[in-house]
Design a protein around this ligand. Structure first.
Ligand code: SAM
Length: 278
């Protein structure tokens, strides 16, 4: 048995360090290693692979990622977890680097040596969407993302035209990555249990991500269109050119945002860019 598997159960580690969940930091822990090992498998194979974990907390997912052979950098905001994470570092044969920082502000490339790495996280709910948008549209492009969200957010990421959950998040996520729900986790899997169920989404960034100006136009179009999702495009997109913009893009201005496929949003975004260039 390696020292990693000799560690005390997570619940015992939490108690030994007197650690209680802080709701303000979105803390809901996964203390069942069967669940965290499954998440690591869904992110894998990870043997010898560089991984970035956001919000390791007491380290349940961290243990599973180390067991899978990952070379891991973790970013945690709550300094109370440093002692328990240091214990993990001691048995990790130099494969765990701990950064105490705010994940919204870190420079992922600087932390992980520049190359794209797999990001794996049971995300803090309050900043999950903000972090996802940062990784999908920002300068740092991860190799893959395996992320636990509230189920309702997971459904918004993978939603298709016509689904109630279809909106801006689906458009941005699917324009930049292949996204699918790979696991569901009931609220009772967490300590303390949150009010809602969760799901893990696996996102694999597309090799041909839209250019930065096109992505920015796509964000504006989808924001305007879904901001008034029951209205026809000719009125919801008024500030961007309304019916004329739709016609340039070859889209019927009497349609509504929720009926448009991703490639139709892309045509509208391209038309916005052309208008701006004129
Ligand atoms: N990974 C652990 C698990 O699965 O049991 C904890 C997950 S808990 C849902 C979210 C973790 O993210 C907590 O440890 C919390 O302290 C941390 N966190 C919250 N906001 C953060 C931020 N801005 N930057 C880094 N970590 C943050």
């Amino acid at each position: 048995m390696s020292a990693l598997t000799d560690l005390p159960p997570l619940r015992q580690s939490l108690e030994a360090h007197g650690l209680m969940a802080d709701k303000g930091l979105g803390q809901h822990f996964l203390l069942d290693l069967n669940i965290t090992r499954k998440i690591a498998r869904l992110a894998g194979p990870l043997d010898g692979v560089k991984v970035l974990e956001i919000g390791p907390g007491p380290g349940g997912l961290t243990r599973a990622l180390l067991e899978a052979g990952a070379h891991l950098t973790v970013v945690e905001k709550d300094a109370r977890f440093l002692p328990v994470l240091n214990e993990l570092a001691q048995v990790s044969e130099g494969r765990l680097s701990i950064q105490m920082a705010d994940a919204l502000k870190v420079d992922e490339a600087a932390l992980t040596g520049g190359e794209p790495v797999a990001i794996v996280s049971n995300l803090p709910y309050n900043i999950g969407t903000a972090l996802l948008i940062k990784w999908l549209t920002g300068p740092y492009r991860p190799a893959s993302m395996t992320l636990m969200f509230q189920k309702e957010v997971a459904q918004r990421i993978v939603a298709r035209p016509g689904d109630d959950a279809y909106g801006r998040l689906a458009v941005i996520a699917q324009a930049t990555a292949q996204a699918r729900i790979v696991m569901e986790a009931p609220a009772r899997a967490f300590t303390p249990p949150p009010k809602v169920d969760s799901a893990v989404v696996r996102l694999d960034p597309l090799p041909d991500r839209p250019t930065e100006p096109l992505l920015s136009a796509l964000e504006r179009v989808s924001q305007a269109a879904f901001g008034q999702r029951r209205k026809m495009l000719r009125s919801s997109l008024k500030s961007l050119g309304g019916a004329e913009l739709c016609e340039t893009a070859g889209i019927d201005p009497a349609r509504r945002a929720e009926t448009l496929a991703l490639d139709e949003f892309m045509s509208l975004a391209a038309a916005v860019l052309r208008d701006e260039a004129d």
